[in-house]
Design a protein around this ligand. Structure first.
Ligand code: SF4
Length: 229
């Protein structure tokens, strides 16, 4: 199948998902953080959001902003234990605080504390630099890239599951799923595709007991009958 044909499928999937779901930024911590226009806030929100829900992510981010500040110099000056204490509600605070402090140090050292400067160096450079920080995975970098205007579909647990059930991605490795989704969704629609596939995964195509009968994609989905509750 050529990419033109796959983009047609992606367009149809998005048309149906748009008809069913509304993207509320209150349900996506990184998206809400992105409204500030500050990519560093998006990065910190995404690190905090690992293995926790949006509510706890918001609480942790707010507390970190109030008690420490959301700028690399403040975070480095405060140190890991104060960051850890501020984000405790989100869990895994030790690893997350270490990552937040390390990336703050790196940005101060290499980019004058300005993540926008790194972002202006292009997708591959962003992946290389941030990927070197322990505790910052590919999904975290992709969320930052997507919310900074790069044409990327970040793959979280919902996106991976839905993509595989829909037959859009065969492999399960992070990059294999992402590249498969890039063949289906046009560049300008990739952030929206990420958000809508998460909504589908959270509300309909659940890990246990997908609700195929109420799924807007059921006639397109090779897993539909097997997933019928
Ligand atoms: S039809 Fe079922 S398995 Fe397929 S995407 Fe919808 S809920 Fe998931």
């Amino acid at each position: 199948m050529g990419s033109g044909e796959l983009y047609g499928l992606g367009d149809e999937i998005l048309r149906r998902l748009r008809g069913r779901f509304r993207i509320d930024e209150g349900e996506f911590a990184a998206l809400k953080a992105g409204r500030s226009g500050d990519p560093f806030k998006v990065l910190v929100a995404t690190i905090i959001s690992q293995n926790t829900n949006e509510r706890n992510t918001f609480l942790a981010l707010e507390r970190l902003e109030k008690e420490v500040g959301l700028e690399p110099p403040r975070i480095v000056a405060a140190g890991a234990s104060r960051v850890e204490e501020a984000i405790r509600v989100a869990g895994l605070q030790r690893q997350k605080a270490a990552a937040i402090v390390e990336v703050s140090r790196l940005l101060l050292r290499e980019y004058g504390g300005d993540l926008r400067r790194l972002l202006s160096e292009g997708e591959e450079r962003v992946r290389e630099v941030l990927g070197s920080v322990r505790g910052i995975g590919e999904k975290t970098v992709d969320v930052l890239l997507a919310l900074s205007g790069y044409p990327v579909v970040p793959v979280d647990t919902h996106v991976r599951r839905v993509a595989r059930r829909l037959g859009l991605a065969r492999g399960s490795g992070y990059r294999a799923v992402r590249e498969a989704l890039h063949r289906v969704f046009r560049e300008e629609a990739r952030l929206e595709a990420h958000l809508l596939l998460i909504k589908l995964g959270r509300e309909v195509c659940k890990a246990r007991g997908p609700r195929c009968r109420e799924c807007p994609l059921r006639d397109l989905c090779p897993s539909a009958s097997g997933g019928q509750p």
